[in-house]
Design a protein around this ligand. Sequence first.
Ligand SMILES: *[C@@H]1O[C@H](CO)[C@@H](O)[C@H](O)[C@H]1NC(C)=O
Ligand SMILES: *[C@@H]1O[C@H](CO)[C@@H](O)[C@H](O)[C@H]1NC(C)=O
Ligand SMILES: CC(=O)N[C@H]1CO[C@H](CO)[C@@H](O)[C@@H]1O
Length: 476
Amino acid sequence: MSNLKYLFVIPVLVALLAYFYPSDYDYEIDMNERLQQILSGLLRAEKKIAQPKAKIAIGFGGCQDMFVDGLALLDALKFEAPENPEHYMSVDTQQELTKMMAYFFQHGAAAERYVGNDTLFNQLTRAAKTIPGYREAIGGNAPAMAQRLAQEGAEVMLAAKLSKDTRKALHSSLHVLGDVLEEDDIHLILEYKTGDKWGKFTSPRANRFIVHSDNSNPLLETVDDLEKEIIKFDPSVLVVGGLQMMDNFPFQNGQMESRLGKLRSLLATLPRKINTHFEMASFSDPVLLKKIISTVVEYSDSLGMNEQELPNLVSILQYGNVSLLSDTHPRVASVLDQMRQVYKLLKDTKEIDGKRKLTRLHVHTLAYQAILTTKGSSWKNTMSATAKASLTAHRHVCGSNYIHTQKSKLLLDDSFSSSISSSSTRIPVHEKRPVSCWDEDDYQICVAPVLVCTQVKQTAGGGDNISSAGLLVQVN
Ligand SMILES: *[C@@H]1O[C@H](CO)[C@@H](O)[C@H](O)[C@H]1NC(C)=O
Ligand SMILES: *[C@@H]1O[C@H](CO)[C@@H](O)[C@H](O)[C@H]1NC(C)=O
Ligand SMILES: CC(=O)N[C@H]1CO[C@H](CO)[C@@H](O)[C@@H]1O
């Protein structure tokens, strides 16, 4: 009978709480209501378009991804946090590894670097397998995008040399070009969470530092296979990704130029009706990136990238140098301004010798998705594509198709400026129609808030999922 007393105590407690915390309580209900409405709005926008049945070709390369708790791995190896973070072009020693890890970790910035020292690399991968939570998956931009597109119902041709086991693990409808490898190239993904502490450093956001020692991928060996098959396959789009595996690879004299030259000639001779999309990634070598501009970017109708890669592209296009680090939480206004800059620089490309004007630009950030498309171009459904990209971002990071608002938060405010210039307008984010689209000059811009996943399952490969999901609903 002693339970009876709770009947009295609980209402009193609730009344007291309500009395002391009325505003917080209301605020939480409002926030959850807003999240719920934004989610419904995004889902409605996603449903507006039928499941597309496009044919898509994707290159290049693939690998085995090894995911590991980065700090636990370094700890297990007794690789201590350095005093002074530093950046190197590639990693050859333990010291270079820890200094570079710290360099990106302190900013929570994603990065990917080549390890030239096999002893060091084997030491890392052997130890990784013993760390709790270690897991493996098929990796590389091209297979990740191919998987995603196949899951969405597209017919996909993938140009990648993969091992027999990896091929078996791919979606059964995927048509894989390229020889079978004895052993996949390996990418070791050192993951960390928001607020993780390493030595005197604290990471401001969950992210990862990737090290690899690729032998096959940097040579873009499957360009030749794709060249033989692509016309017969007749896709709506050719997606080019995975070129960051060339970054700081010790090429023999002229080898980099000749491989990219081969890719350029494939792109230049494609029939106009096959659109081309280039998925950027982290590049640190300005010589390589400049070469990629003149062999790939100038032949692309569409570009996809994250908030780090966008300023890097602006830098290389405008000044010929690279920017290694930038704001991980950039304001919408500055991202939109950089998108306009890139668009202005590439929209008037003379369409001679197979070059193409840029007509589409997709930038994915943690807090929002932004897609710019030229009016009257072949890209359709920009609003739905932006919504789809935003939903995919949450689904990927939370590792679940179903979106719980309790596992979500919004980083985007109720409104944002369309530019950092003083004449900019403020654009509201309506709960009922969360994707904001408007016209400027000869293009349209759409911005969608992301329901940022608060229970992170994975960050690597996010960009690939997001970009492919957005791209697929814009073709055909
Ligand atoms: C390669 O890494 C191993 C293991 O960390 C180290 O002992 C060796 O000195 C490194 N070699 C070079 C050339 O830096
Ligand atoms: C690139 O060059 C420009 C112009 O010289 C300069 O203003 C900018 O700071 C440089 N950026 C980096 C990251 O070095
Ligand atoms: C949420 C989601 O769809 N994630 C996918 C991202 O891409 C990888 C590789 O294709 C898939 O395994 C994930 O399911």
